[in-house]
Design a protein around this ligand. Structure first.
Ligand SMILES: CC(C)(COP(=O)(O)OP(=O)(O)OC[C@H]1O[C@@H](n2cnc3c(N)ncnc32)[C@H](O)[C@@H]1OP(=O)(O)O)[C@@H](O)C(=O)NCCC(=O)NCCS
Length: 197
């Protein structure tokens, strides 16, 4: 099972033609604002790197971030899912992440997708702990975390870290059952051992 459906989203693996969409997404100032220290739009090569990282995770571990699609219109909306942060300073290096096109913000889609990703990570992949990271001033993302039951863990200030450079809010929710998507989709059945950090 490598695809998940929620009430409104199809979370699927990456296709070749997603690259140009991802480049466009991260070149949008509104999206990139909280994704790095300087908050500037990503140059295409950085998005290519992210795309390759997303796909490599699926190839090597059979799990990773998904492309998020509006199920009803088939529109590509962004990315949501479990992403490995190999250089994250803490012991738990799998984060749940999200970046969506601004035209669909404020409809609860990130929350819906993140809940499904958490369910997948805990119940299918068998992860014991999933973190999420955001810059402290990324209020929308912190609200998404809160709505998904993620609890504040620690503030990191490690300048060398790509995502964590000044972004330091790490969260986890290891001891509670992940919330199920309201429509019951994405209810996983298979467990895999935890990936090595
Ligand atoms: C973060 C992001 C994915 C949110 O997507 P979304 O689909 O709008 O999220 P949701 O609708 O599920 O929830 C957003 C919540 O944040 C709240 N919110 C939005 N902007 C806010 C702000 N400036 N201050 C406080 N709360 C805010 C919304 O009201 C909503 O909470 P509510 O349901 O209690 O009203 C979207 O803003 C995004 O892609 N941002 C750019 C990339 C990014 O920052 N990615 C995350 C990196 S950690």
């Amino acid at each position: 099972m490598s695809e998940v459906e929620t009430a409104r989203l199809l979370l699927r693996r990456w296709q070749e033609d997603d690259l140009e969409r991802l480049v466009a997404l991260y070149s949008d100032q509104r999206v990139a604002r909280f994704l790095s220290v300087d908050g500037r739009p990503w140059p295409p090569e950085r998005s290519v790197g992210a795309f390759e990282h997303f796909r490599r995770q699926w190839q090597e571990h059979d799990v990773g971030p998904w492309a998020a699609i509006d199920k009803h219109s088939d529109r590509w909306l962004g990315q949501i899912g479990l992403n490995e942060l190999p250089r994250w300073p803490g012991p738990d290096k799998i984060e749940v992440g999200w970046d969506l096109h601004p035209s669909v913000w404020g409809q609860g889609l990130a929350t819906e997708g993140v809940r499904a990703a958490l369910g997948y990570g805990f119940e299918v992949v068998g992860l014991e702990r999933i973190i999420s990271t955001a810059r402290p001033d990324n209020a929308a993302s912190r609200r998404v975390m809160e709505k998904c039951g993620l609890a504040f863990q620690e503030e990191f200030t490690h300048p060398p870290w790509r995502l964590a450079a000044d972004c330091g809010v790490g969260l986890s929710r290891p001891s509670v059952s992940p919330p199920r998507p309201p429509d019951g989709t994405g209810a996983p059945t298979r467990r895999r051992p935890q990936r090595p950090g």
